[in-house]
Write a protein that binds this ligand. Structure first.
Ligand SMILES: Cc1cc2nc3c(=O)[nH]c(=O)nc-3n(C[C@H](O)[C@H](O)[C@H](O)COP(=O)(O)OP(=O)(O)OC[C@H]3O[C@@H](n4cnc5c(N)ncnc54)[C@H](O)[C@@H]3O)c2cc1C
Length: 349
């Protein structure tokens, strides 16, 4: 029996989670309005490149998972190679011929970005999106405003003239990304890429120091040096993210979704899946009258716990332990693993 929601549902924030909630409500005939503080979608992101991974706790195809929720996303790249480096630069490559390892999406206000795609779908379904909005938090039903506190910091360089292959590059170890990781991702157009390093806030590192670590990595790691080949970044950016899984994400009559609710992947900070899922589930709660906390706990707690356990395990590993792990993998499988082989050992060693 569907619960009738008489008034229009008000959502604060036109990001991934807020727009996913709006789309789900609209598909179910419920009026939704989104209030965004910026004059456009995309929030804090300016032509950033992000990945949807198909190899985490959820091992299926993420685009298909979202399609089942009637949330359609068109990535700019289906990425089939991921190269991993240990602190001492032992490395192996994960390749796939079938389901991509990553789908890549643009973030920000560009016409084909993930944010613009979701906004277009929502508006086509009749959702009203108000930009430059100054509406008060107390006047809305769903809070979708992105990270409410910093638990991770990231510093990145955006390039538009470098030579990067169609692969993601991930570097582990305390030298360049204490407690987290450094990555390079090819952008949408030829020559475009982002190279980003990150750290946990518990490391007590500032953005200035993080930028220095990123530059040092590019100067010292031969693979990155080759990719960048003396080019200067066209732009730099700094962000923070929030992992703060709540006991309840329904407080004072409001649904907290995405990073506003503290929903994040503890291991790699791939938050898009959680943002879409919590937006969808908050809307489902409004549509069906089911308890939101019950819905997200049933759907997401297993993966949240799995990732938290792995993050804890990796947090305790020293650089030499990571090196040993990489050497073990390379000895067993050689320098190239299929996605199936990688999945069979991931989380077990
Ligand atoms: C450097 C970096 C790289 C990342 N890479 C990946 C990746 O590869 N894969 C992945 O899955 N995730 C990645 N993430 C995480 C991912 O971007 C987030 O988890 C996801 O965007 C969270 O969605 P959200 O809806 O909670 O917030 P957002 O998408 O940030 O949206 C929040 C929106 O709310 C608006 N807003 C804020 N305050 C107000 C207010 N008071 N009133 C009105 N509007 C407001 C903002 O302007 C914004 O539009 C990355 C994050 C960072 C920082």
């Amino acid at each position: 029996m569907k619960k009738k929601y008489e008034k229009s549902v008000k959502i604060l924030g036109a990001g991934v989670s807020g727009l996913s909630a709006a789309i789900t409500l609209a598909w179910n005939g419920i009026e939704a309005e989104v209030f965004e503080k910026q004059p456009h979608v995309g929030g804090r992101f300016i032509r950033d490149f992000q990945g949807l991974q198909n190899y985490g706790y959820f091992k299926g195809d993420q685009i298909q998972e979202f399609e089942k929720m009637r949330i359609r996303i068109k990535p700019y790249m289906h990425l089939k190679r991921a190269i991993r480096f240990s602190p001492s630069l032992f490395n192996f490559e994960v390749v796939t011929k079938k389901i991509p390892i990553f789908y890549l999406v643009v973030r920000g206000k560009d016409a084909n970005s993930l944010d613009s795609q979701l906004a277009e779908t929502a508006i086509d379904l009749g959702v009203k999106v108000h930009y430059n909005s100054k509406i008060n938090k107390n006047a809305v039903d769903i809070i979708a405003t992105g990270p409410h506190k910093a638990t991770i910091l990231a510093y990145g360089f955006y390039y538009n003239d470098i030579n990067i292959e169609d692969a993601t590059y991930m570097f582990l170890g305390s030298r360049y990304s204490p407690g987290k990781y450094l990555f390079a991702i090819p952008g949408e157009e030829k020559g475009e890429a982002v190279i980003v390093t990150s750290c946990g806030v518990d490391q007590g590192i500032t953005y200035t120091r993080l930028k220095k670590l990123l530059q040092k990595a590019i100067d010292e790691i031969p693979t990155l040096k080759d990719i960048v080949d003396g080019s200067n970044p066209a732009r730099e950016f700094k962000h923070f993210g929030c992992l703060d899984i709540p006991n309840s994400a329904y407080r004072d009559g409001k649904y907290f979704v995405g990073e506003a609710g503290g929903f994040q992947d503890a291991i790699a900070y791939f938050g898009i899946r959680y943002a879409i899922n919590t937006g969808y589930l908050a809307a489902q709660s409004i549509i069906t009258g089911k308890n939101y906390d019950t819905l997200w706990k049933e759907a997401l707690k297993p993966s949240l716990e799995f990732e938290a356990k792995r993050a804890w395990k990796y947090g305790k590993m020293m650089d030499k332990d990571l090196d040993n792990m990489f050497q073990f993998i390379i000895k067993k499988y050689g320098p190239e693993l299929s996605l199936e082989e990688y999945l069979s050992i991931r989380g077990k060693i």
